[in-house]
Design a protein around this ligand. Sequence first.
Ligand SMILES: Nc1ncnc2c1ncn2[C@@H]1O[C@H](COP(=O)(O)OP(=O)(O)OP(=O)(O)O)[C@@H](O)[C@H]1O
Length: 251
Amino acid sequence: MDMIEACDLRQSYRGRVIIDGLSVRLGPGIVSLLGPNGAGKTTLLRTLATIKPPTSGTFSVDGHVIDSPAALQQARHRIGYLPQAFGYDPSLTVQDFVHYAAWIRGVPRQQRSSHVASVLDDVRLAEHAKTKMRKLSGGMIRRAGIAWALVGEPAVVLLDEPTVGLDPQQRVAFREIVSRCGQQATVVLSTHLVDDVDALGGDVVVMNEGRALFHGTKDELAALGDAPSTGATPLERGYIRVLENAEATAI
Ligand SMILES: Nc1ncnc2c1ncn2[C@@H]1O[C@H](COP(=O)(O)OP(=O)(O)OP(=O)(O)O)[C@@H](O)[C@H]1O
């Protein structure tokens, strides 16, 4: 399974530093980027998805540094990315929407139909393959988006706030899909919900102000919440403690 390694990564928008010298190794398996609004999670994912080149620093996918157009091209075939809001033609069927992704990702023509069917099966949308995108519920649209990200069996899957807007039942179904995905690919997802981290397991990177304040397992984060402090669960207390003691725990 591939890993992503960021080395002193910086990203700015019009001179304003958003990612501030981040060095972190993500994967294998599931990694949750947990942080408050504005922490820089989306910006980090956009950078790793090769949408916006870093201002400075480097990152690599499975040891291959993305430092040339050829490396960039190769990395794009290994990375599946689901942005927070993604566009689609509402008149397309689910199957055509995912088929289009398969074409873009260079899945060979002869394999496209069977591959699309298998991905739709993975996200539990097989029975809606012929449904128009405009007829899907919010949870189903998310699943179609995940199918889009999974097409071509990328080694790294980046999901930006994938649980936003899902009801509790859809969230449970979604987590089950991500857990299965995490067995074959490194899945990096952003969230501001401690509940997501608790349910998904894997590693957690707590981010704030463009920095990684904590990187470990959810149990290690929960262990920081043993001492009495604000928060309903040890994991929530650990998270809040990390944010409050940013200086002491910065990595
Ligand atoms: N395209 C952009 N141009 C200018 N500033 C931006 C842009 N995108 C993000 N920012 C700024 O970068 C900072 C980090 O935003 P980002 O969306 O990466 O955080 P986040 O952790 O994903 O937040 P949220 O949980 O609210 O999505 C914010 O202050 C935001 O205003």
